[in-house]
Design a protein around this ligand. Structure first.
Ligand SMILES: C[S@@+](CC[C@H](N)C(=O)[O-])C[C@H]1O[C@@H](n2cnc3c(N)ncnc32)[C@H](O)[C@@H]1O
Length: 332
């Protein structure tokens, strides 16, 4: 938006001098985890725009720069301001904590750019500078909780309806993902974490390990291990990420570990690696896709029975069987 033009989004084709927008992920906070390119992008910028707390994290890198601090809620304003400055030839760093593309400024920035008619070939250059997201940095402090399938769900209902959030929580819990909950609690949003627990307990053991990581790599850093049952009693706030394990996750010696599955396939107790039973090193498990298709084909059970056994949709099982047996025994 130009100073003369007060509409929310700038008009297309009014750019006079090429500028640049850099969407910079700052990582968790400390400079040790700021990437070299993030530091370079901040050095390159004429103007740095960000939420007050994020600006404070990089205060010592901002000498001689125009700095625009915005409150938490004004993400779209930050993006519009960055676009406006870039149209006037400025190099602008739009900073986010963690990664700018994970619940960060990259989304609002592209929404503003696209609504103004910007394309990647336009005069304004856009660079995305990745940073370590809270899911990674918090996991690193808890141990190795993400070594199997995982997902991230934000409990913030500022822009997402609760039924959408609840449906995703339910699906992730049912499907046994390790889950990182972003934005788990704030001064005004206190019930959401209790609802998340209620949904998870529909599918998961109350003893499922949970790690609550607060202010990772910042001065007030704290890691607390709980269970799904006791999770809402923990000290959780705006700067916490909650990591809920899957059905195999455990905590040992103060570390939360999600096994990758090696011990199911290999006997490693003896100090060397030997494949167990019918398994072969470097090959899919006997219960992998081909082995499983063969097992259901020869089981003599109906798709409905198999659906109950494997907790999979009956129509998927029926279609897989049909494809397997109908196409010369080669699965699609
Ligand atoms: C708006 S999201 C921003 C996420 C950020 N873009 C990222 O990639 O980490 C804010 C949420 O990120 C998580 N978070 C960000 N920084 C954190 C940190 N240093 N320690 C723990 N959680 C953090 C918290 O769940 C917080 O509520």
């Amino acid at each position: 938006m130009t100073q003369e033009n007060s509409s929310a989004f700038p008009e297309a084709g009014t750019c006079r001098t090429a500028g640049k927008i850099m969407l910079v992920g700052l990582g968790p906070g400390g400079h040790d985890h700021l990437t070299a390119r993030a530091r370079g992008a901040i050095a390159e910028a004429d103007t740095v725009i960000g939420y007050v707390t994020y600006i404070r994290l990089i205060q010592d890198l901002l000498e001689g720069k125009e700095v625009i601090k915005k409150p938490m809620s004004e993400e779209l304003d930050r993006a519009v301001e960055a676009y406006d400055l870039a149209r006037r030839g400025k190099k602008v760093a739009l900073v986010s904590s963690g990664d700018a593309g994970v619940y960060g400024m990259a989304g609002p920035a592209f929404e503003v750019l696209f609504q103004s008619g910007w394309t990647p070939g336009s005069d304004i250059q856009v660079e995305i500078v990745p940073g370590a997201s809270a899911i990674n940095t918090c996991a690193s402090l808890a141990g190795a909780p993400l070594t199997h399938d995982f997902c991230a769900i934000s409990l913030s209902d500022l822009l997402t309806p609760w039924p959408t959030i609840a449906r995703r929580l339910d699906a992730a819990a049912y499907a046994d993902f390790v889950v990182a909950l972003y934005n788990p609690k704030s001064g005004r949003r206190v019930r959401h974490i209790q609802e998340a627990r209620r949904i998870f307990l529909r599918h998961r053991d109350p003893e499922t390990p949970v790690a609550i990581v607060k202010s990772a790599f910042r001065p007030k850093q704290r890691v607390e291990f709980m269970t799904l049952d006791t999770m809402p009693d923990a000290d959780i706030g705006m700067l916490s990420t909650v990591l809920i394990g899957n059905s195999n996750t455990y905590v040992k010696n103060g570390l939360m570990i999600t096994p990758r599955g090696y011990t199911n396939k290999y006997a490693i107790e003896s100090g060397h690696r030997a494949a167990r039973g019918a398994e072969k090193a470097g090959r899919s498990l006997s219960t992998g896709l081909d082995g499983w298709l063969e097992a259901i084909r020869t089981s003599g059970k109906t798709p409905a029975e198999l659906a109950g056994i494997y907790r999979l949709p009956e129509d998927y099982i029926a279609a897989a069987l049909e494809a397997f047996t109908g196409a010369g025994e080669t699965p699609e």
